[in-house]
Design a binder for this molecule. Structure first.
Ligand SMILES: *Cc1c(COP(=O)(O)O)cnc(C)c1O
Length: 248
């Protein structure tokens, strides 16, 4: 694990890159949330990152979040100012862990999970603002709502609209935005087009009145967060650039 001084240097370097990308796009860097991805790292790293001022943390597995969050809360108290982002998909049988421990969910892609989460959230008296994960490239992952051909395929557009409408009707699960992942190792032009087209979906939904507020956009990781910011990302999910290579 990193020393605090190195952690601070890495954080500063990432913040500078965020500021640079925002400036190139004529955007205010303050509107971009850095979600520090701590998956596979111990709770001690979250505590160290909190000490240097980071407040948004991302975990990709509900069971790991369910272990880590209580350790951090024992160390820092429950009013520690941290927002926990669950950035990976949730299986049905893990929905209760996600509902109990996540503050924001980035990978909602099935109505079955939306229903499970909503039931659990009502039970726990919690709210979980969520990003719907969309897949516009067909390559990156098997996850995400299929919108590979959304510009030309009314069926794809309509199923997203239905998902958004039905999710909005569920208690505890407000739709916060769209999340996407660029294909692994792709050319920069393709990565850019994935982010650009995802932004296009958000703009289209707003113009059509399917959503009443501009959607947030969770796009960009260590290798591509600057492109994502240039294309409108409001949340970047960065692990390795902050914390180094993961061991597992
Ligand atoms: C691991 C992960 C990240 C962070 O990846 P880095 O390459 O370490 O920045 C971002 N988003 C998701 C969904 C992840 O699983």
């Amino acid at each position: 694990m990193l020393e605090l001084t190195e952690l601070r240097d890495r954080r500063d370097a990432v913040m500078e890159r965020i500021a640079g990308a925002a400036a190139r796009a004529g955007r205010d860097a303050a509107e971009i949330t850095l979600v520090a991805v701590t998956k596979t790292w111990p709770a001690e790293l979250v505590i160290a990152a909190h000490a240097i001022g980071l407040r948004h943390f991302g975990e990709n597995r509900p069971e790991e979040l369910a272990v880590k969050r209580p350790i951090v809360e024992t160390a820092l108290g429950v009013d520690n100012g941290i927002t926990w982002h669950l950035i990976g998909p949730v299986q049905s049988r893990k929905s209760d862990l996600a509902a109990a421990h996540a503050d924001v969910f980035h990978a909602l892609d099935r109505s079955k999970i939306a229903h499970r989460l909503s039931n659990d959230l009502v039970r726990f008296g919690r709210t979980l603002p969520s990003f719907i994960e969309v897949n516009v490239s067909g390559e990156a992952t098997k996850h995400g709502f299929n919108l590979v051909n959304w510009e030309n395929d009314a069926t794809q557009r309509n199923s997203l609209r239905t998902m958004i409408r039905k999710t909005a009707e569920l208690p505890g699960l407000p739709v916060m935005g769209l999340m996407t992942m660029a294909p692994w190792d792709a050319e920069r032009d393709l990565i850019r087009s994935v982010f650009h087209r995802t932004r296009g979906i958000a703009d289209w939904l707003l113009a059509e009145g399917d959503v009443s507020h501009a959607l947030y956009l969770s796009m960009g990781m260590t290798d591509d967060f600057e492109i994502a910011i240039e294309e409108g990302a409001t949340h970047v999910r960065v692990g390795r650039a902050l914390f180094g290579e993961r061991e597992k």
